[in-house]
Design a protein around this ligand. Structure first.
Ligand code: SF4
Length: 328
């Protein structure tokens, strides 16, 4: 599906004002209570068949956002609509039919695959849990999934430790596909892999998306990783989305100084190309006490007096392109 076709479709996922705070400390004689503002009010939608990249440094809240959308964490406030249904306040039992439609691929497939189950059992388990097929039907479907993700059918009897990192990620993808979901949240799915294997997994995800009409929320810390697979990219900083744009537009015309800095870290296609953008310095401030005003002002080379006082709203500057910066 092309980006324009995806834009025309109604949202599969719609997230409004999503907040996830964690209260820490406060035990008897313990540290005083503090609130970690991991996700602090984000809005976006994801269309059927589309990939939205969600990018930011470690600690920006992107993985927490993914887990909250999956309802592995309860939202503090805000709404999550999946195919028009509000799933934000559903109980574990009420979530069960929706879980089939929302799957996840983790960064480290090894820790998410049961080491005591063989690969065939791992991929077939979701179908078993939902009572979707007889044992022989399940074997056939698992064999089909193995073939679809580029694994040999005879490797079904192997255990996770007998696979390479890339093969284990293929196993994680086959398991995520077993229930025929509409949405897959890919949480840093290639970050732990060698660069050559990364490209193979990204190409596999693109191929599967085209075959099954999947939607991906693709979480990564590296803009280069999301460039090839995403139609749109949302950039997150300290719990907020600071820029959201079609991928080509974001790379050609970044408007937020943070996006510019992330782009400066992306290797240039032409090594002779001179870097004109500043590299990021310093660490992400603590989400327990984010800086007042614009949260990026402590690291921004363009910060002005009002940046320390007023928080910039995310506003649209062109079709599909939004940015949160006083200078735009
Ligand atoms: Fe920089 Fe100010 Fe824009 Fe924030 S609002 S990104 S501090 S210029």
């Amino acid at each position: 599906m092309t980006a324009s076709m995806a834009q025309a479709a109604s949202p599969l996922l719609d997230v409004r004002g999503l907040v996830k705070h964690f209260v820490i400390g406060g035990g008897f004689l313990g540290k005083p209570k503090a609130t970690v503002r991991a996700v602090d009010g984000i809005d976006f939608s994801l269309n059927a068949g589309e990939t939205l990249g969600l990018v930011g440094e470690s600690g920006c809240g992107k993985s927490t956002a993914g887990k909250t959308i999956l309802r592995l964490l309860a939202p503090t406030s805000g709404t999550i609509h999946l195919r028009g249904a509000d799933i934000s306040g559903l109980s574990k039992a009420e979530m069960r039919p929706y879980r089939r439609d929302m799957q996840v691929i983790f960064q480290d497939p090894y820790s998410s695959l049961n080491p005591r189950m063989n690969a065939g059992e791992i991929v077939g388990e979701p179908m078993l849990n939902y009572g979707l097929a007889t044992a022989s039907e399940r074997r056939g479907k698992v064999a089909e999934l193995f073939q679809r993700v580029g694994l040999r059918a005879d490797s079904m009897v192997k255990y996770p430790h007998e696979f390479s990192g890339g093969q284990r990620q293929r196993l994680g993808i086959a398991r995520a596909l077993a229930l025929q979901p509409g949405l897959i949240i890919c949480d840093e799915p290639v970050s732990a892999l060698d660069v050559s294997v990364q490209a193979q997994i990204i190409n596999l995800l693109i191929d599967l998306q085209q075959s099954f009409g999947l939607s991906y929320l693709f979480i990564a810390h590296d803009l280069a990783v999301v460039q090839h697979i995403s139609q749109r990219v949302a950039v997150m900083y300290l719990g907020k989305i600071v820029e959201l744009a079609p991928t080509g537009e974001l790379f050609a015309n970044p408007l937020h100084p943070y996006t510019e800095a992330l782009l400066a870290a992306v290797p240039a296609a032409n090594p002779k190309e001179r870097r004109t953008r500043a590299l990021l310095t310093g660490d992400v401030p603590s989400p327990i006490s984010p800086p007042p005003g614009c949260r990026f002002h402590t690291r921004c080379p363009h910060a002005e007096a009002r940046c320390k006082l007023e928080e910039p709203a995310l506003k649209q500057t062109a079709a599909g392109h939004s940015v949160a910066c006083h200078l735009r």
